[in-house]
Design a protein around this ligand. Structure first.
Ligand code: KG4
Ligand code: ZN
Length: 328
């Protein structure tokens, strides 16, 4: 089975052809991502109107390139799957209307896919991982600890009470004068910084459960910056390193609580979403997993951030499990 996946929920226009080969390394036949990073960089975040126009401009070209790279035509495709939610409405409309039009013209089924489910199942695209597993889903707009019991069986153990971690990275980066996307810039500057120079408060210490909160941390960084005179390059690197260390230790702390809350003690931990590209987080999760006798999987870097292979794969997972269509 070959699925054409389409993703356009935020600032990447992406198309991919994925098949249901039993070996993970044979599944991705093409993966094309047209990033809008340059378009939004100077605004410090995604501008929805510009994003939608850019998706509309390139989506047909991106789909053609994905088919070409996979060495196939629409005749070879069995299903057309597109991200239908959540996301910016302009982009979602471009992707879903395009997918439905192809479906109508070719008489092939259309599947609406939930973007978060795409992120969640990426690790099963890249590795043959059994259920149940514990997932940390951390992107620009979402943060969840989820016990994944099967396809469509997602038990949310904890979530953010305010900002997502990626959003916090982006806002702190903007305060430091770095370009969007902030996570990449913070990680880059943190390499040259002293992570113990500034102490930021760790939130929700006494709260029951494994929810997280990042807005207090964002305010603490803002207050620190206002209390300092002109920031030197070294100051910015030190703030980046101290901030990143605080985010990572907070996530690890809450993950420990999430593990205790899971109904089936998991043997596997996966991390997914854009923030999963952060090397300090990946290292800390790998150490945590070793200490708790868990297998640890993180997607390759290009599959952490938004892409269409994950959308095509979620469709394949639904079709192979016989579970009704994705959560829309
Ligand atoms: O999953 P994604 O591509 O889009 C959403 O679904 O939100 O995630 C984008 C987020 C942005 O907030 C970006 O700053 C963050 O992922 N990100 C990172 C890194 N690379 C991307 N955050 C921390 N460290 C990184 N290396
Ligand atoms: Zn995403």
């Amino acid at each position: 089975m070959k699925v054409l996946g389409i993703e356009s929920s935020c600032d990447e226009t992406a198309a991919a052809v994925v098949c249901d080969a039993s070996k993970p390394e044979e599944r991705i036949l093409s993966n094309v991502v047209n990033s809008q990073i340059q378009l939004h960089a100077k605004y410090g975040g995604v501008v929805p109107e510009f994003a939608a126009r850019s998706h509309a401009k390139v989506i047909d070209l991106v789909i053609n390139e994905a088919l070409l790279n996979a060495n196939c035509s629409l005749d070879d495709i069995d299903v057309i799957a597109a991200t239908a939610s959540p996301g910016l409405i302009g982009g979602l409309l471009v992707g879903t209307v395009c997918a439905k039009t192809i479906s109508a013209l070719t008489n092939k089924p259309y599947m609406a896919i939930n973007h978060l489910e795409g992120h969640l199942l990426t690790c099963r695209l890249c590795n043959n991982i059994d259920f149940p597993f514990m997932a940390l889903l951390t992107s620009g707009g979402h943060f969840f600890f989820i016990e994944v019991l099967g396809i469509g069986e997602y038990k949310i153990l904890g979530k953010t009470l305010d900002d997502a971690a990626g959003e916090c990275f982006d806002k702190v980066a903007k305060m430091l004068g770095f370009e969007y996307p902030g996570g990449v810039a913070i990680q880059k500057h943190a390499q040259f910084g002293e992570q113990n120079r500034f102490q930021f408060p760790i939130p929700l210490q006494r709260r029951h459960g494994c929810d997280v909160s990042f807005s207090g941390l964002k305010t603490a960084v803002k207050n620190l910056i206002s209390s300092m005179n002109d920031l030197s390059y070294q100051d910015k690197c030190d703030i980046s390193a101290s901030f990143q260390k605080t985010v990572v230790s907070f996530i690890i702390k809450q993950l420990g609580k999430a593990l205790k809350m899971s109904s089936h003690p998991p043997r596997t931990l996966v991390v997914t979403g854009g923030v999963a590209a952060n090397s300090e987080l990946r290292d800390a999760l790998s150490t945590f997993s070793y200490q708790h006798s868990l297998n640890f999987y993180a997607p390759p870097l290009p599959l952490c951030t938004d892409n269409a292979t994950m959308i095509a794969w979620a469709a394949i997972e639904h079709l192979s499990s016989g579970y009704p269509s994705s959560v829309i």
